[in-house]
Design a binder for this molecule. Structure first.
Ligand code: AMP
Length: 579
């Protein structure tokens, strides 16, 4: 195996970013040349031109539904050049938690290679600040089942397509982060059994574990919440060298039996460590003494889990992983020392062609209008973005997506050489709107954070949350669903409700509330385990824990999730904040 040379990776990154404008033009040229025979591109009248100006003039901005007819043909087995020059053999199936609906996006070797380039780049920078050596990673990663579409293509979630490639394993070894769990565990059919065995593998290798990670930080929090419940069973398994009967998958049992040997001394040590913890604070370093950091995507919809993650991580640094999507990766975190709340992602100018639709005007209201407006500013190129401004990002990748609206809003935090460093702001989809009010995922998150402060003195926290616009009442109103970690008095929960209502600072919302064209905000507390049921529902329809993001706003036609929420309400309050 070729040795990983961090300095070489960093030098290459410096070269690419110093000349980001040129690299972008070349990347676009390469994408258009490689795929010149694709039916989709042929239709656009480029006639062999590959410059950004012609590209922008000929090729429309699209969203997933625009491409669905093409993608469907590929999924059904059309091997002619539809979206790409070379036929697509694999599809990524998005988890559908952000859009509420699963969708296929093409996956190919080029996309895999760009993913690994991102991993290598951020590792090179990370390892300068937080070196790991000859270690293992406790990775809470889960492969979904890869299946064959009717047309004979392989399909799985994007993470599964990456995890199951041989290049992924080679790269993880090269960057000193091989997963401590065997493949049978990663690709097991039941995520609870896989999670249990990930924890067990981690404990068996406790001294070698140098980092704890997952794709999205939610899975790490989820894993240690589970640990709180199963730790005694884990100790028993280690003591006796026998895997609990709850793990039933024969291939997992077989592989775990090779790893598990009776070790009463280790079991006792873990037992003592756990018993000595106060409310599980610092459980990660307590169990894994050589861990250098905790690693996973921690921005955007993952921010609400940071508090709990910090609690479990004690004094270990939390490092946000990179920025990307099933449609392709975008940027690497090259400043790992920044706390996750400030994490930025430097765009790799050779992994795709990127454009940015300006969203932000001078005033906040203007930005909100632009987020919604159908009259949009013209997109600008990667090197033309301005620091402090917000943009919607448009992706052209090596796997058949041309000028594809990802639906994410990013802010330019600065530049590394000529390439921008992006801060993730939110999904562009508006979450909550009744009339002139406009609140995004980020606004909801901030309101929930503010109201959660009311719970803090009670030592109770918000486990998870989502929202809904209820237009069946007259006037319509916002409904926020909360699962909290303990009991609180009616007085406290009603104050949380008022605080939520007051914390939406959007001018349209406040003015509508004042004149009651939006009714009092409703807080509904749901039973413990409700969000687990929502997760189970998504896993049941083919999602995978590695890519799971709690839906922050439930669409009225998402009847299953609404039913889960509504049938688990234990109490509700209407705000009195506006009299
Ligand atoms: P998926 O549909 O599972 O491919 O998820 C892709 C989406 O996850 C992106 O479009 C973003 O909205 C979100 N995402 C990915 N990486 C990050 C990140 N570093 N910070 C915040 N959100 C992210």
């Amino acid at each position: 195996m070729e040795e990983f040379k961090a300095e070489k990776v960093i030098d290459e990154f410096e070269e690419l970013t110093k000349d980001a404008g040129r690299v972008q033009r070349e990347t676009l040229k390469k994408i258009l040349e490689d795929n010149a025979s694709a039916e989709y591109l042929q239709k656009q009248g480029l006639n062999g031109r590959t410059d950004p100006e012609s590209y922008e003039a000929c090729v429309p901005l699209v969203t997933h539904p625009d491409l669905e007819p093409y993608i469907k043909r590929i999924v059904d087995g059309d091997t002619s050049p539809v979206l790409t020059g070379k036929p697509i053999k694999t599809m990524s199936l998005s988890s559908g938690t952000t859009q509420g609906k699963q969708k296929y996006v093409p996956f190919n070797d080029e996309l895999l290679e760009t993913t690994l380039q991102i991993y290598r780049t951020s590792f090179a920078f990370r390892n300068r600040e937080f070196p790991v050596r000859n270690g293992m990673a406790l990775q809470f990663i889960y492969g979904s089942k890869q299946f064959k579409t009717e047309g004979g293509l392989f399909a799985g979630t994007a993470t599964t397509n990456v995890f199951s490639s041989s290049q992924f394993k080679t790269t993880m070894k090269a960057i000193e982060s091989p997963c401590c769990s065997p493949d049978e565990v990663i690709f097991g059919p039941y995520f609870r059994q896989s999670l249990y065995c990930h924890l067990l593998c981690g404990l068996i290798h406790h001294n070698e574990i140098q980092l704890v990670s997952s794709t999205f930080a939610h899975s790490i929090v989820y894993a240690f919440r589970t640990f709180e419940q199963v730790w005694e069973q884990l100790c028993a398994d280690i003591r006796d060298g026998v895997l609990t009967k709850d793990v039933t998958v024969p291939s997992i049992r077989a592989v775990m039996s090779k790893l598990l040997k009776p070790n009463p001394e280790l079991a006792e040590r873990i037992y003592k460590k756990c018993s000595g913890l106060s409310n599980w604070y610092g459980v990660i370093p307590a169990l894994f003494p050589n861990v250098k950091y905790v690693y996973g995507i921690m921005t955007g919809s993952m921010e609400p889990y940071l508090k709990k993650l910090r609690h479990y991580a004690g004094d270990l640094p939390l490092l946000s992983a990179d920025y990307g999507s099933s449609e392709g990766w975008i940027g690497a975190n090259i400043n790992p020392k920044l706390p996750p709340e400030l994490a930025t992602y430097a765009v790799l100018p050779n992994i795709g062609y990127f454009e940015f639709i300006p969203l932000r005007g001078s005033a906040e209201e203007d930005r909100q209008d632009k987020i919604q407006s159908s009259f949009e500013s013209k997109p600008v190129g990667l090197t033309e973005v301005k620091i402090g401004e917000e943009y919607e990002i448009i992706v052209t990748n090596f796997a058949g997506l041309y000028r594809y609206r990802l639906g994410d809003v990013v802010k330019i935090a600065g530049f590394h050489n000529m390439t921008p460093k992006l801060q993730f702001v939110c999904r562009r989809n508006l979450l909550l709107t009744i009339n002139i009010d406009k609140n995004t995922e980020k606004d909801l998150q901030l309101a929930v954070e503010a109201a959660a402060e009311v719970l803090a003195p009670e030592k109770v926290e918000v486990v998870d949350f989502t929202s809904q616009v209820d237009k069946l009442t007259d006037p319509g109103h916002y409904v926020i669903f909360w699962e909290i970690s303990g009991e609180v008095s009616d007085e406290v929960s009603s104050e949380c409700c008022n605080c939520l209502d007051r914390s939406f600072v959007d001018a349209g919302y406040i003015s509508s509330r004042k004149v009651n064209t939006i009714g009092p905000l409703e807080l509904r507390l749901v039973r413990r385990g409700t969000f687990q049921k929502i997760l189970d529902h998504y896993l049941g329809i083919g999602g995978v824990l590695s890519q799971y993001k709690t839906p922050r706003c439930v669409n009225p036609n998402n009847s299953m999730v609404l039913q889960i929420l509504c049938s688990n309400v234990v109490k509700s309050h209407f705000s009195t904040a506006f009299g």
